[in-house]
Design a protein around this ligand. Sequence first.
Ligand SMILES: NC(=O)c1ccc[n+]([C@@H]2O[C@H](COP(=O)([O-])OP(=O)(O)OC[C@H]3O[C@@H](n4cnc5c(N)ncnc54)[C@H](OP(=O)(O)O)[C@@H]3O)[C@@H](O)[C@H]2O)c1
Length: 230
Amino acid sequence: MPHRQRPYTILSVAQSIDGFIAGTSGFNRFSSDQDLDDLHKLRSTVGAIAVGIGTVLADNPRLTVRRGFEGAKPLRVVFDSFLRLPKDALVLNGEAHTVVFCGEDASPSSFDALGPLCEVVAVGKGKVDIKRALEFLASEKRVDRLLVEGGGKIIGSFLREDLADELRVSINPFICGEGVKMVSVSEKSDWGDKKGTSLLDIRFYPKSVQQFGHSVVITYLHARYFERSN
Ligand SMILES: NC(=O)c1ccc[n+]([C@@H]2O[C@H](COP(=O)([O-])OP(=O)(O)OC[C@H]3O[C@@H](n4cnc5c(N)ncnc54)[C@H](OP(=O)(O)O)[C@@H]3O)[C@@H](O)[C@H]2O)c1
């Protein structure tokens, strides 16, 4: 199976009808209650839930399993090259173990005081090397399924590196006009001289369409699985 050396990776976003995951005001509470219930059910099935530091700074998420699915305690993961993570961020509140991936130039010692529930792991020069981060999660933490909940830059990196197996896209009855795009790969400096996959070369095919209240959730499988399952 292609994901043996890394977790099976699901990218999850809630977007407006016109494809934004947040409006310019920062508004991003797009999902219906029923959609959130289903998302927490999905969270309860994975070994880790990940976001980029941009999402932590914007939304301060807890990344825990709630809404009736308590019990499971997936790892919480933050991609944070320069350790900008505030010490009072909710992902560090001790409700579950947290792994912060940073670049090799960051100085993790300021996180020592947070104790055993927070682990800082350096992978990659400058930016976090997400492929190495996934290999670490699979080999050191035995994570076999990973849920990545944004934001746009992290989603862009997973797609550019062809590291996603499944997409869960929740489409909601809002029109933003402008804001944060579901996939952001505009920062050329993010890539340096590294060659990513052209997004147009990657295919995801629909596996299911579900309606949860006002949210329409389309689950897509990477082409490699789609061919296998049909
Ligand atoms: N509706 C939804 O489903 C949803 C979900 C999540 C977030 N959001 C919204 O999305 C916005 C945040 O998205 P965002 O794109 O600004 O931030 P993001 O994707 O959450 O985080 C991006 C940051 O992660 C760090 N990073 C580390 N390694 C990286 C790598 N290999 N590739 C890319 N980034 C890497 C970079 O900061 P460093 O260089 O400092 O490490 C980068 O700026 C917020 O407005 C939030 O509300 C919406």
